[in-house]
Design a protein around this ligand. Structure first.
Ligand code: NAD
Ligand code: LMR
Length: 338
């Protein structure tokens, strides 16, 4: 519970939009299981009454409600929410890029952000829907147009890239506890825009030269590995639910006053304390860097670039070029929807 002055407490209402999907269901399960979650509203265009009824039988504190589009369901689900997590939208099939999802998912995300702007203008919004490199700039433009954009409260969820980096590095160096590794992954969330910084791992790790390129490639294209293995049945859902929960729970704990919580996220850097200098350094405004979380959301952007290796500098250069195109595509869409 948040201490709201005078010793009063309040809950942190949390919404999952896209809650009946491959990510939405296990993510909602993890949120329902968390002792930090007290109110959970599930929104989707299908099946939320059933998912909510099912989850509501779990003996954990959170109340669970389900909403469909009928009778202004989205507005009712989002009303006065503190946290809105968005995994709504279609996933990839083999042979597709994340950008191939743009035409459908851009409109879905835009519509959901419009509702959030209207009924929960102060919510912390966590965007999972792909292509994240573009859906977050779309979200920012929609919020700006409604005069409610607070860059400290809009996050693109890139945690799966960090989770993958931890896992793959642990396998390589023989670490039995991957969760003990902290590996910043910065940039964006697709292929070459994903920049793992193994030189910044803590505790430090030594990656043999002859293994470096393959390891970077596996982190950058881990999503494709899952899409291929699922063979037409979608993309990462369970690992994404784990990653989305890890990030969402950290935001919730930070909002409730816990200190020292840091996780990379794709944000509008010029609007986050410490971010402007990083944006100038990388040459793009939307970019994922480690973010110090607090009651105001993104309290500080941590500059991860000092002392990076020449190989990491080369990754950064390549990433930025691609990222700029993804960002302007999102901004253009928000201003001139088809
Ligand atoms: P899915 O098809 O299994 O689920 C998507 C859900 O969204 C469905 O239940 C659908 O009914 C719902 N939906 C569609 N339109 C909606 C709307 N207007 N309002 C509310 N709900 C709506 O897909 P999934 O596997 O869960 O993936 C969802 C999205 O997450 C995809 O775009 C995927 O690419 C993305 N994703 C992102 C990451 C990441 O790291 N950020 C990782 C994995 C997947
Ligand atoms: C991932 O990284 O697994 C997701 O972005 C889904 C995808 O399309 O690869």
């Amino acid at each position: 519970m948040v201490k709201a002055g005078l010793g009063l407490t309040r809950s942190v209402p949390t919404v999952v939009a896209g809650a009946s999907g491959g990510i939405g269901q296990p993510l909602s399960l993890l949120l329902k299981s968390s002792p930090h979650v007290d109110e959970l509203a599930l929104y989707d265009v299908v099946n939320t009454p059933g998912v909510a009824a099912d989850l509501s039988h779990i003996s954990s504190p959170a109340t669970v409600t389900g909403y469909l589009p009928a009778d202004d369901g989205a507005k009712k689900a989002f009303k006065d929410a503190d946290i809105i997590v968005i995994p709504a939208g279609i996933p990839r099939k083999p042979g597709m890029t994340r950008d191939d999802l743009f035409n459908i998912n851009a409109g879905i995300v835009k519509g959901l952000i419009e509702v959030a702007a209207e009924v929960a203008p102060k919510a912390f919004i966590l965007v999972i829907s792909n292509p994240v490199n573009s859906t977050v700039p779309i979200s920012a433009e929609v919020l700006k147009a409604k005069n409610v954009f607070n860059p400290q409260r809009l996050f693109g969820v890139t945690t799966l890239d960090i989770v993958r980096a931890e896992t793959f590095v642990a396998q390589l160096v023989g670490e039995a506890q991957p969760q003990k590794l902290n590996i910043p992954v910065i940039g964006g969330h697709s292929g070459a825009t994903i920049i793992p910084l193994f030189s910044k791992a803590s505790p430090s790790v030594s990656i043999p030269d002859d293994k470096y390129d393959a390891l970077v490639n596996r982190v950058q294209f881990g999503g494709d590995e899952v899409v291929k293995a699922k063979d037409g049945a979608g993309s990462a859902t369970l690992s994404m639910a784990y990653a989305g929960f890890r990030f969402a729970e950290k935001v919730i704990r930070a909002v409730k006053g816990e200190k020292g919580l840091v996780e990379p996220s794709y944000v509008y850097l010029p609007g986050v304390p410490g971010g402007d200098a990083i944006a100038k350094q990388v040459g793009t405004d939307f970019f994922s860097v480690p973010i110090e979380l607090g009651p105001n959301g993104a309290e500080k952007a941590v500059n991860p670039l000092e002392g990076i290796t020449d190989k990491e500098k080369a990754l950064l250069e390549k990433a930025t070029a691609e990222l700029k195109g993804n960002i302007s595509k999102g901004v253009d869409f928000a201003h001139n929807p088809p």
